[in-house]
Design a protein around this ligand. Structure first.
Ligand code: CA
Length: 184
């Protein structure tokens, strides 16, 4: 009787350990990432962009954690569709890795130009929680000729579904608070 009980107990403990490890892996795989999609919105207002960096110019994508007061930057590009703008123009800022890391990192140009109607999706290895801030470093108002328009969406998965936000221009801070569906 005792050995049967011990075997059953050992089996039960083993199953619990496996379940906990599996849950931990599942949690890591599904909840520790935030995907940010940026779609250039200058095409509606600027159809004749002949600059070498057409459309919105994104230097970095940042999540500022309210609890730890730390910044986490995009660490990978999931997909991109960078365009040239007006026929005959060439986008000289198409190195997608320029969007990764902090605004100070990377070689010139430190930003990615989306081109009118272009888009990019990046991955941040952190969950977005209530009180956190999403910062899009568009260079326009800082060092570019003008603040350029773009639309931001976020998702927990690289393929969506996406939560869309307003179209903004230049560097912009989105603060996520309260009962926002994405945070549940
Ligand atoms: Ca531009």
């Amino acid at each position: 009787m005792t050995s049967v009980f011990k075997t059953k107990t050992a089996l039960l403990i083993g199953l619990v350990v496996i379940a906990v490890v599996a849950l931990a892996f599942f949690a890591l795989a599904t909840q520790r990432k935030t995907y940010v999609r940026i779609v250039d919105a200058t095409s509606a207002t600027d159809t004749k962009d002949t600059t070498p960096a057409p459309g919105a110019d994104i230097n970095a994508v940042e999540i500022f954690k309210s609890k730890t007061q730390q910044s986490v930057y995009a660490s990978a590009v999931v997909s991109s569709n960078l365009l040239d703008g007006t026929a005959g123009n060439q986008n000289a800022a198409k190195v997608v890795t320029s969007i990764l890391g902090s605004p100070q990192e990377n070689q010139e140009p430190k930003y990615v130009a989306l081109g009118p109607g272009g888009d990019i999706i990046v991955q941040l290895n952190v969950a977005l929680k209530s009180g956190d801030m999403l910062v899009i470093h568009e260079i326009g108002a800082e060092s570019g000729p003008r603040a350029e328009q773009y639309t931001v969406s976020i998702s927990k998965n690289p393929n969506g579904p996406w939560s869309d936000f307003d179209t903004v221009a230049g560097p912009h801070e989105f603060i996520f608070e309260g009962d926002f569906p994405f945070l549940r």
